[in-house]
Design a protein around this ligand. Structure first.
Ligand code: SF4
Length: 333
């Protein structure tokens, strides 16, 4: 199984490669990818540098072009695909039908991975994408149970990649109206759900207020460890309760270390670590733990168990310092 790690910049890419990633994924410095944050991502020159470093290390590099072009602005997305082909990346990660068509017809030898944003979860959808665009792989949305992943693996015409670790959203993979409501921006078109230009922190007495486009979304103690502010993970009061709480979603990270044997048996080819927006320290820590876990499993699959120190190391960098198996485990079913 491939360990696929996030690279928000060259520093993260280098630590991911050193810590044991088999492949890295990244985006360009514009809205062609869904982590379009100021200070993140790659210029064409940096992309060339990243591709060289990765390929010299014998690893793979995938370029994420997974947002949906706005009407009249498609050229930016086409240029991103042309650049990726010129640079010689190992695959493109895409969701939009017109972009898949553009890439497949112009660069038939450039492997295509269907992004999680495409929300393809069944045999019919995967077969269609395979037939029309010859996709090699699908990144499965984080809505499937382990049984559904297993069932799909028996019939899929393409390789399966799953999210193994990282932040979760309550959105159906990018289809989020919360952020549009507060900032007018959408992750699937603008490239980020909570653009930095809209974020404002303000000290008020002993606490710190977080505002997004002037809407108060959280109030925390000054020493409290907080994740990047997004509407769904804010704390709010209601007419029934003046005590602010996570009414929509608590900050929680997906952690599937304990599912590694099941994912391997389901012939999942790639384990994806979420977090291009996170620091190089996060990337290094998470990559090291997952490298150890995968190697331990491959050494002796029957003896594999999750080690407490791995979970502890991951909990330290998890959003909200809490982890879950997410939709993979549905105890009520
Ligand atoms: S507001 Fe929350 S659910 Fe919506 S895209 Fe952002 S992180 Fe995801």
């Amino acid at each position: 199984m491939e360990l696929l790690c996030p690279a928000g910049n060259l520093a993260s890419l280098k630590v991911a490669l050193n810590a044991g990633a088999d492949a890295v994924y990244l985006g360009l410095k514009n809205d062609t990818n869904a982590r379009s944050f100021a200070g993140l991502n790659f210029t064409p020159e940096k992309l060339a540098q990243a591709a060289k470093l990765t390929q010299q290390a014998g690893k793979k590099i995938f370029l994420t072009i997974n947002t949906f072009p706005k009407p009249g602005e498609e050229q930016r997305w086409y240029q991103a695909i042309d650049l990726a082909a010129d640079t010689g990346v190992d695959a493109l990660i895409m969701a939009d039908l017109s972009l898949l068509d553009y890439a497949h017809s112009r660069y038939p030898h450039l492997p295509l991975h269907l992004s999680v944003q495409a929300s393809a979860t069944n045999l019919g959808a995967l077969s269609l994408y395979k037939q029309e665009f010859n996709i090699d792989r699908v990144v499965l949305p984080r809505v499937l149970s382990m049984k559904q992943v297993r069932d799909l693996s028996k019939v899929t015409p393409v390789d399966l990649e799953v999210f193994a670790f990282g932040s979760l959203c309550i959105m159906a993979e990018g289809r989020c109206h919360l952020s549009s409501y507060v900032t007018g921006q959408s992750p699937n078109t603008g490239g980020s759900c909570s653009p930095a230009k809209h974020v404002r922190w303000q000290d008020v007495g002993d606490s710190q207020q977080t505002r997004l486009n002037d809407v108060l979304i959280d109030q925390s103690g000054k020493d409290e460890q907080m994740g990047y502010p997004v509407v769904c993970k804010g704390r709010y009061t209601t007419s029934d309760s003046q005590e602010a709480s996570h009414l929509l979603e608590s900050p929680t990270s997906l952690n599937t270390l304990s599912l590694l044997p099941e994912l391997a048996k389901a012939r999942v080819v790639s384990l994806k670590i979420e977090g291009r927006q996170r620091s190089p320290a996060y990337v290094e820590q998470v990559t090291r733990v997952w490298r150890q876990a995968i190697d331990t499993y491959l050494n002796d699959p029957a003896a594999y168990t999750t080690q407490a120190q791995w979970d502890q190391a991951l909990a330290k960098v998890s959003e909200g310092q809490v982890t879950t198996l997410g939709a993979y485990e549905r105890t009520w079913q």
